[in-house]
Design a protein around this ligand. Sequence first.
Ligand SMILES: CC(C)(COP(=O)(O)OP(=O)(O)OC[C@H]1O[C@@H](n2cnc3c(N)ncnc32)[C@H](O)[C@@H]1OP(=O)(O)O)[C@@H](O)C(=O)NCCC(=O)NCCS
Length: 177
Amino acid sequence: MEPPEMINAGELVLKRWELGWAPDALAAIQESLPELRQFLPWATDAYNLDDFVDYVTRSREGWADGEQFNYALFTAVGELVGSIGLMTRMGPGVLEIGYWIRSPYAGRGYMTAAVNALTRVALTLPGIERVAIKFDEANKASAAVAIKAGFTEVAREEREVTAPGESGTTIVRERRH
Ligand SMILES: CC(C)(COP(=O)(O)OP(=O)(O)OC[C@H]1O[C@@H](n2cnc3c(N)ncnc32)[C@H](O)[C@@H]1OP(=O)(O)O)[C@@H](O)C(=O)NCCC(=O)NCCS
């Protein structure tokens, strides 16, 4: 089970993460920290190049092991505008999507387009019946993306708060074939 290394999503293209993009990725994360830190526990002022190199190294290992498939998101003119990935951690038959957008590019429909494209691909993979998005109830932008991409609510879970914007209630939305 392995998705393609490159996926077209309209104006955007998803490409498997590479270490060579580290400087640009770090700049993207650092300029987006005020938004990312609200809901992503790893996004702190201390985030640095080593953290990003670790992320890409783990991503490439995870890809080889068939456990996670993480992509950088580029515009048609090559601007690095975010990240999106598939994870197997929810168990057999389902892939979970995670994502963030570079703040100056938010609100243009980019993540909705990327989620739609990646979901279509995920649902063609052998044994995959559902794609899931999990987000905190307070994360209205993430909720809007999941709703616009056709994911329906299947569960609510209480869990420990791990980032400053979170309420502690996680909503699970899914899309099927
Ligand atoms: C979630 C995120 C990836 C969305 O990326 P994006 O490219 O801006 O998404 P889109 O442009 O496709 O859609 C965003 C939608 O959220 C809506 N939105 C944004 N902020 C909102 C808010 N505070 N309240 C309600 N809706 C909001 C936008 O209006 C838009 O919906 P619309 O098209 O119906 O108007 C981005 O906000 C982000 O990176 N957030 C921080 C990291 C994060 O939370 N990741 C997900 C963890 S589950």
